[in-house]
Design a protein around this ligand. Structure first.
Ligand SMILES: Cc1cc2nc3c(=O)[nH]c(=O)nc-3n(C[C@H](O)[C@H](O)[C@H](O)COP(=O)(O)OP(=O)(O)OC[C@H]3O[C@@H](n4cnc5c(N)ncnc54)[C@H](O)[C@@H]3O)c2cc1C
Length: 468
């Protein structure tokens, strides 16, 4: 099925980057770039949510700190401005993985911290007067086949072994699920209250303004080529600073010496025109719950504050040598697949619902699929990232944790298991390219296999260790 894309031909380029860029009121003219060498206490590379939350909490804790943020493009250019808008308690590594890195209490502390972070994002945004269209309706993940229902049940049973109760994650029967969201073939669902739908660009652009109000300097159109102890190096000058933080996520491989640290995997998104009240009555999501289903290859959706349906998913290929390129944001085959999936879920949209925006962006995936944050005391170089697709809230936890690490505070946050974790390097090419793309294809096949057989796919079992 084709995708009736009808993109507006607006200029400038920034406005067309995504629905979010198109619908945020902000001044897109770039902030002044770095001109010549300068000194700071903390230099932060990347003005996405990781870099900006770090700057925000540091400036709040110690207003005397000289903080400089260096951004290759414009604040919010990366994943932080273009994501699906799930501000959730999801963390890319499982509780058992986290327990393996620490112990059961450590894993549960990380989970608690993630749940609290959803509310902290809302609190900090409100405190700064940032209206990011936030609605905490939770997340519903539909089960639309027997195989999916089995996975949903297993997920809830696993949660109970971690003492995660009904208020954290619960199984919904068919009628309960349909009361929230009326997707086709629904036989049940899981539901968690720990997610808020947000408008990503309103959050990240508002945060950039907030950190500036607190005295932080943001240089835009300033690409860092290399990070070294005490220094961030750009073509227009160096920033010398006791602490340098890397906050470059999906673009990390472009930094000298970090080519195998993190791979960029593209996630693509489409958005419809605002839908009528009667269409929403048919679909549901009255509290703007974010939604998905229990298939293997992730899809995600939200109802926006202006009643559009935003729907995204993975499935775009990984590009050889961890390359990123604005062209990779536009994969018509993936857009068409997303549209077909959306119609299959909600036939009410068939027959003329316009897709007004289609875009994509790069996620950062570390080799062990485990996000991490840390600061090397000897070199003064810190980092945070590897969130896979769960960075909207995790970046906030990273920012508060980096604040404590930089200020040498021993806190509950600095004792969480992800702190100081080092992921192994990815394989060299062409092994990396072959492995990841074979894995992505196998996940698509597994979903197709299950939609025919309704039974758990064998293909998925084989490749799941590679794809997290
Ligand atoms: C399409 C899509 C959908 C997603 N949906 C969700 C979701 O619904 N929920 C969720 O939790 N997560 C989601 N994610 C993931 C989430 O958006 C990211 O994990 C998070 O935004 C990462 O923030 P960041 O600041 O670390 O990275 P980014 O936002 O990517 O910021 C990195 C910044 O660094 C800059 N930069 C890179 N290299 C350099 C350099 N050398 N010098 C200077 N600057 C540099 C980039 O221009 C960029 O602005 C999604 C991601 C994508 C792409």
């Amino acid at each position: 099925m084709g995708c009736p894309l009808n993109l507006t031909e607006k200029d400038p380029h920034w406005e067309r980057l995504s629905l979010w860029h198109d619908t945020v009121i902000t001044d897109w003219s770039p902030r002044a770039g770095l001109r010549g060498d300068t000194e700071a206490d903390v230099a932060i590379v990347g003005a996405g949510l990781t870099g900006l939350w770090t700057a925000y909490y540091l400036a709040e804790a110690d207003p005397s700190l000289r903080i400089v943020v260096l951004e290759a493009e414009t604040a919010g250019y990366g994943a932080s401005g273009r994501n699906g808008g799930w501000c959730s308690a999801l963390f890319p590594a499982s509780l058992s993985t986290l327990a393996g890195m620490s112990d059961r209490d450590g894993a549960l502390a990380q989970h608690r911290a993630m749940r609290e972070t959803v509310d902290e994002v809302a609190r900090a945004a409100a405190a700064e007067g940032i209206d990011a269209d936030l609605a905490k309706g939770g997340t519903i993940v539909l089960a639309r086949s027997r195989a999916q229902l089995r996975r949903a049940r297993r997920e809830v049973a696993e949660a109970r072994t971690w003492d995660r109760d009904e208020d954290d994650l619960r199984l919904l029967g068919k009628a309960e699920a349909q009361a929230v969201l009326r997707g086709t073939r629904t036989v049940g669902a899981t539901y968690t209250p720990d997610c808020a739908a947000i408008h990503p660009a309103k959050l990240v652009r508002g945060l950039a303004d907030a950190v500036e109000r607190r005295g932080v300097t943001i240089h835009e159109r300033t690409r860092v080529h290399a990070i070294a102890p005490g220094r961030a190096h750009t073509a227009d000058g160096d920033v010398r600073a006791r602490t340098v933080i890397r906050a470059t996520e999906g673009y990390t491989a472009t930094l000298a010496g970090h080519e195998r640290a993190m791979i960029p995997v593209y996630s693509l998104v489409i958005a419809t025109e605002p839908l009528s009240a009667s269409t929403w009555d048919e679909i549901g999501l009255a509290r703007r719950e974010t939604f998905s289903d229990h298939r293997h290859l992730i899809v995600y959706g939200q109802r926006t504050a202006d009643d559009r349906l935003v729907f995204g998913g993975r499935g775009a290929p990984y590009h050889f040598g961890s390359r990123t390129n604005p062209e990779f944001d536009q994969d018509q085959k993936v857009f068409a697949r997303l549209y077909a999936t959306l119609i299959d879920l909600f036939p009410a949209l068939e027959g003329g619902t316009r897709v007004t925006h289609a875009w994509g962006g790069a996620l950062g995936i570390p080799r062990d699929w485990c996000a991490s944050v840390g600061l090397d005391r000897e070199t003064g170089v810190g980092w945070a990232g590897g969130y896979v697709g769960d960075g909207v809230s995790t970046t906030n936890l990273a920012g508060r944790t980096l604040r404590d690490l930089v200020l040498e505070r021993d806190t509950e946050l600095t004792r969480l298991p992800w702190v100081g974790h080092r992921s192994p390097a990815w394989e060299r090419e062409p092994l990396r390219w072959l492995g990841i793309n074979a894995g992505l294809r196998a996940m698509t096949l597994a979903d197709a296999e299950e939609s025919v057989t309704r039974l758990p796919s064998l293909a998925a079992k084989v490749v799941s260790p590679l794809l997290g």
